[in-house]
Ligand binder design. Structure first.
Ligand code: ADP
Ligand code: MG
Length: 659
């Protein structure tokens, strides 16, 4: 014997409103066979809708048994129930519940997005619309239709998945008698074709279409009569479907068309609220743009700083006589190692560690040109000093090796000296006096600006031999500059050079009559400063992104509340929890990503403007763009998740009756 289509035994449903409870169903038992046309009648509040919702799996009883084709429904999961609603049931509600943003044809084929089947189902939707006589209005929106027409669209939607059962809750409740008659004619026709119809109504004329009338009062059935001459339709027996096959959805999320369907719908919904979407995207836009611009500024500052450091000479060691504590002013303060050219050559012979070494001698120079005189730092240098210290003139030339060997009286002067002695005129080829000795100016040293309080351009550079033997009267060097082969070898080179000097000058291991300093110390300090600055700028920008994200969350929450009934409808036609979550997530991620995208463009634009008009050093990096993109997507997910969860966890009935 065939199991009955639907069977409920002693079901109860109690609603809780604050402190008080309402017993809507108080022990209802009922069996419905295939092909029946059942009208459930009774006074308002008697529990008709409550019963219909349970039969349609939109709600679950608190107590009692419910079997569909002999299968216990109580043990089904939420998603399995959603699958059943999609495959077996079609719903028609008093309020139609059409989605206003969508066209008629999209409304009708909407259940298919949750069916897991491939295809656009436009043809099927058109056929169902033809059945209810609305194929001409396919591309209209629900607002352009009368109530009766809207209900016909709802019936077409209920039919799209070829359901076994149609559940109708007061389908004519909002319609005049002419439209009511039309709707009932359609339902009658469907019954004749073999559909099982369960309908709630309180009007006798409407109930007259049914073959069986159940009357309820105060949550129980008081009468259940089959009308003579009205038989279950014979075609119904053909409608036997195994319940198992309807429980699970076919195809995975990414294979079928559902994903693209969700994308299209999310897009539609964003566009439907243009102003609101724009305003919430604005927060992300500003956030991302500032992240990009700030990071470009930070990176630019870092790059500029590094450029400057490079001009100071990287990989450089400076060896001086005297203790480290009194570097540069060592004379007379304790023992001082006096370096010679032999030290320079010995250090240079540490080939694996040292690329170059050059001796320098420092002193004060009294410079005279015509009637002007000026005091300046005098530096005697070797040939390699020019490349090692980036001192090769761009105006004029560097010393030749012969000039240095033959103690030539040639001088290269810094721009400060040029300004003080020559004003606007060209100093090249002119003769100046340094400590009363005539020198020829052969070049202008590249401008370096200030390093702390020291003017690096107030210098006069002459050959080291000339300085020692002709100008300063010294037979030793003030210091040695060493260029280490690579930055990684700096520590090793320092140790090797120390040992070499100690050995050559017969010094004790803890002797502090000389010291070695490296430029990386300064470099480290400066780059950590720029690092801090970048971090600070970046975090300010990140905060604005966060604020933007909160804006998105706010809008999504409003949107969820506003669309609660839409969510209810979607669940009724078979959307699973994950489908609803995905829909809202795609929507919020879509908003943040598009905000992020224009933000990236704006950020790059702002950087360019700062670079061109304010002359700031900026450097837009790919990493900042990637960071901003990832961050805005994550913000979309993170801040969309809560509203999405909220939307997804609603019960279909609760959502549907939300005002
Ligand atoms: P009918 O459809 O016959 O008018 P319902 O099944 O909608 O009746 O409601 C039966 C009773 O349960 C009514 O008293 C109604 O107020 C109450 N009720 C229905 N749904 C809810 C709900 N979600 N929360 C609280 N009370 C409810
Ligand atoms: Mg009702």
């Amino acid at each position: 014997m065939m199991k009955p289509l639907l069977e409920v035994r002693d079901i109860h449903r109690t609603y809780q409103i604050g402190e008080s409870t309402v017993d809507a169903l108080r022990g209802v038992s009922l069996t419905i066979e295939r092909g029946e046309f059942v009208a459930i009648m009774g006074a308002s509040g008697s529990g008709k809708s409550s019963l219909l919702h349970i039969l349609g799996l939109l709600d679950n009883p608190d107590q009692g048994e419910f079997m569909i084709m002999g299968n216990n429904v109580n043990t089904l999961t939420e998603d399995e129930q959603a699958g059943l609603r999609n495959n077996v049931a079609g719903f028609v509600f008093q309020q139609f519940h059409l989605l206003k943003r969508m066209t008629i044809v999209d409304n009708v084929r909407l259940p298919h997005i949750y069916s897991g089947l491939k295809g656009d189902f436009r043809k099927e939707a058109t056929e169902r619309l033809k059945l209810v006589g609305l194929e001409q209005r396919m591309d209209h929106t629900p607002n352009q239709l009368s109530g009766g027409e809207q209900q016909r669209v709802a019936i077409a939607r209920a039919l799209i998945r070829d359901p076994l059962i149609i559940f109708a809750d007061e389908p004519t409740g909002n319609l005049d008698s002419k439209n009511s008659a039309e709707i009932m004619k359609i339902l009658k026709g469907l019954h004749d074709e073999g559909k099982t119809i369960i309908m709630v109504t309180h009007e006798n004329e409407i109930a007259a279409y049914a073959g069986r009338v159940i009357i309820m009062r105060d949550g129980v059935i008081v009468s259940d009569e089959r009308r003579a001459g009205m038989q279950p339709s014979v075609a119904a027996a053909a409608g036997e479907v195994g319940i198992e096959s309807t429980l699970s959805r076919k195809g995975s999320l990414w294979q079928d068309g559902r994903y693209t369907g969700f994308m299209a719908q999310a897009f539609q919904s964003i566009l439907a609220n243009k102003m609101r979407s724009f305003l919430s995207v604005l927060g992300i836009f500003v956030g991302v743009a500032s992240v990009i611009a700030m990071m470009a500024l930070g990176e630019g500052a870092k790059a500029a700083m590094q450029e400057q450091l490079k001009s100071m000479g990287s990989n450089m060691l400076s060896i001086r006589g005297g203790s480290a504590k009194i570097h540069g002013a060592a004379q007379g303060a304790g023992a001082v190692t006096r370096f010679t050219f032999i030290d320079v050559d010995d250090i240079a012979s540490l080939r694996t560690l040292v690329k170059n070494s050059t001796g320098v001698v420092n002193g004060n120079g009294r410079i005279v040109y015509g009637n002007k005189n000026w005091s300046s730092q005098l530096t005697g240098v070797g040939f390699d000093y020019g490349t090692m210290r980036a001192a090769i003139p761009t105006v004029g030339r560097w010393f030749t090796r012969e000039e240095i060997q033959t103690r030539e009286k040639s001088a290269i002067i810094g721009v400060t000296v040029v300004k003080e002695l020559f004003g606007g005129s060209n100093p090249l080829g002119k003769t100046i006096k340094i400590n009363r000795i005539n020198f020829k100016v052969i070049g202008i040293a590249p401008a370096k600006g200030f390093s702390g309080p020291q003017d690096e351009d107030d210098v006069v550079i002459i050959p080291v031999t000339t300085a020692m033997y002709r100008v300063l009267g010294k037979d030793y060097l003030s210091g040695i500059f060493v260029e280490v082969a690579s930055p990684a070898l700096i520590e090793q080179a320092k140790i090797a050079i120390s040992e070499l000097i100690q050995k050559r000058h017969r010094l004790k291991a803890d002797d502090d009559s000389f010291n070695i300093r490296d430029m990386t110390e300064i470099q480290k300090m400066l780059s950590s400063t720029t690092q801090t600055m970048s971090l600070l700028l970046g975090s300010i920008a990140a905060i604005s992104l966060l604020v933007g994200g909160i804006g998105i969350m706010n809008i999504m929450l409003v949107s969820v509340t506003e669309r609660t009934r839409e969510i209810g409808l979607r669940k009724a036609i078979g959307a699973r929890k994950s489908d609803i979550m995905l829909q809202f997530l795609i929507e919020s991620v879509g908003m943040t990503i598009s905000g992020g995208f224009i933000g990236i463009l704006a950020g790059i634009g702002i950087s360019l403007i700062l670079a061109t008009f304010a002359g700031w050093a900026v450097k837009t990096s790919l990493s900042s763009v990637l960071l901003a993109t990832t961050f805005s997507a994550l913000i979309g997910i993170f801040f969309g998740l809560w509203p999405a969860r909220k939307a997804a966890s609603l019960k279909p009935v609760e959502a549907l009756r939300f005002e």
